[in-house]
Ligand binder design. Structure first.
Ligand SMILES: [Fe+2]
Ligand SMILES: [Fe+2]
Length: 310
């Protein structure tokens, strides 16, 4: 490991560019499982962190420009503010399309996009636990324990998703489809890694998790039904588990996690709402990308890599 002399930054779209988002994905990967053949000392190498910081700044500035700075509300109003934000979303519904007209190929592509996050589902939010106190900490622990299968080996949601992928004939190895997915997909995963790794963004991390939990039950039920319709019902457990668990999580997330943080650190309410708006914005862009491509009867994956992922 030797200091880097990097002067160039990725110059593509900071929200969706393949270069920007792949760079972030690789830099964040050092903090998760790392990479085979890559010296683990790179994780804390100062010149590499300086590079990461510059790329992150472009990403965060673009997110703020995209969703604005939500005006803070009183702590007691935070759960309703989150519900209002979710209710106001007017983007296209990916899960409705998949339920009504998704083919087995659509479902396989959908799983490939989601695999970037789902194969390490929950890990980024777990970084928030040491940075929270009181009710918010307890609520996050309750949610995360379920995400990890309550300590039962093989039952983490990330592992249930591996089964889903295998049933669909896909490779569940983490990172197997890194080349196949565009920046708009990587951005959904990079957002939560960024929020999780920076204590400064703990409020936004809470808002991100709250939206995840509060928008899960209906879409997850649709994906489970779509899998059964195309004959992949053996892989539906991942989605079924979410329908059940997130009916509870959505209440804990709004009333204990988000409200608890808002009561404890009211100065973070603006960040909390920013994190909620940011996840909705990146998810909306991903849904629009998939549906645009599918309506044109094109693949939603990076076309140059298709020969390797077919
Ligand atoms: Fe989960
Ligand atoms: Fe959940």
């Amino acid at each position: 490991v030797r200091p880097l002399a990097v002067s160039a930054l990725p110059s593509d779209d900071p929200l969706t560019g393949d270069d920007t988002q792949l760079a972030l994905q690789l830099l964040y990967g050092l903090h998760y499982e790392g990479f085979e053949g890559v010296d683990p000392e790179w994780e804390w190498e100062p010149t590499l962190l300086a590079l990461r910081n510059r790329i992150e700044r472009r990403f965060v500035d673009a997110l703020i420009a995209d969703v604005g700075s939500p005006s803070p509300v009183a702590p007691a109003e935070v759960p309703d503010a989150l519900r209002a934000l979710i209710a106001a979303a007017d983007g296209p519904s990916l899960s409705s399309f998949v339920l009504e007209q998704g083919t087995i190929d659509h479902l396989r592509e959908f799983m490939i996009h989601r695999s970037i996050y789902q194969r390490r589902e929950a890990d980024a939010h777990t970084w928030g636990i040491p940075r929270l106190r009181g009710r918010a900490k307890s609520a996050m622990v309750t949610i995360q324990a379920d995400e990890y299968g309550n300590g039962v080996a093989g039952r983490t949601h990330a592992e249930l998703f591996a089964t889903t992928m295998t049933v669909a004939g896909l490779d569940p190895t983490p990172g197997a489809y890194l080349d196949a997915v565009p920046g708009v997909t990587l951005a959904t995963d990079n957002l939560v890694s960024l929020l999780g790794l920076h204590r400064r963004w703990r409020g936004a991390l809470v808002g991100h998790l709250a939206v995840f939990e509060m928008t899960s039950v209906v879409p997850m039920g649709r994906y489970a039904a779509a899998l059964r319709r195309v004959g992949l019902g053996a892989g539906a457990e991942f989605y079924d588990v979410h329908v059940e668990a997130d009916a509870e999580h959505e209440i804990i997330a709004a009333e204990q996690l988000a409200r608890g943080l808002a009561d404890d650190e009211p100065g973070l309410i603006g960040d909390l709402l920013f994190g909620a708006a940011a996840v909705m914005a990146v998810e909306r862009r991903l849904a629009e990308h998939l549906l645009d491509r599918w309506h044109q009867h094109r693949t939603s994956l990076r076309e140059e890599t298709l020969t390797r992922t077919a």
